[in-house]
Design a protein around this ligand. Structure first.
Ligand code: OGA
Ligand code: NI
Length: 206
């Protein structure tokens, strides 16, 4: 799954707008392969109600966030997911060079939004997550169609709202400081969400 780096014009868009989507970042078959990794962890009952904050500040608040997550250990994850992480690391190197960003590490988890689940408006730099620089979401619903819900809404300057449909294979990248929300899912919605950070991962919280 070696991916061509982004084009100059895509880098410019990201730098200028603070966000970008890349359609078909992975193929429908690659989506299916990652879904198998997710199914494995579901079978192991490894998905947990997502919280807000980590370690001592970790809290579950289902009025704010309802997705279930499973953290991915990059060095020790299932092979289909590993290929994706490899391609994200390539992207990270490209961003380091293009933007002179001190990106050091990538942390990510699988996320499942069952019907009715949502994640209210937030920034990904809350609480102790101040080292998150770029947020990355890979969508895994190959058959997503209008009405299925679970769209990502970015709250941009000047009251501009950008709605991103969670189409399978699509990658959304945005500055972690940008506020955003996930609208209620009307069909089960799966994704990998991750962050490029300016600090190395502390593996204790996984
Ligand atoms: C998050 C998040 C967006 C999405 O997990 O912090 O905002 O589209 N996810 O899944
Ligand atoms: Ni978020």
């Amino acid at each position: 799954m070696k991916k061509a780096p982004l084009k100059e014009s895509q880098l410019d868009l990201l730098a200028h707008n603070g966000w970008i989507t890349i359609d078909n970042f992975i193929t429908p078959n690659e989506v299916l392969a990652i879904l198998k990794d997710i199914a494995f962890w579901q079978e192991e009952e490894a998905f947990k109600q997502a919280g807000v904050g980590k370690l001592l500040t970790h809290q579950i608040d289902k009025t704010y966030r309802r997705d279930k997550i499973k953290w991915i250990e990059p060095a020790n994850c299932r092979s289909n997911t590993k290929k994706f992480i490899y391609s994200i690391n390539n992207l990270m190197h490209q961003f380091q060079e293009a933007f002179f960003l001190p990106l050091k590490d990538f942390e990510c988890h699988y996320a499942i939004y069952n019907i009715g689940d949502f994640y209210k408006r937030h920034s990904d730099q809350f609480n102790s997550h101040t080292h998150r620089i770029l947020s990355i979401v890979l969508y895994l619903n190959n058959d997503w169609e209008a009405g299925d819900g679970g769209e990502l809404v970015l709250y941009l300057p000047n009251q501009v709202k950008k709605i991103i449909e969670p189409l399978g294979g699509r990658l959304a990248i945005f500055k972690s400081e940008i506020e955003h929300e996930v609208l209620p899912a009307k069909t089960n919605r799966k994704s990998i969400t991750g962050w490029m950070k300016d600090q190395y991962n502390d593996l204790n919280f996984l």
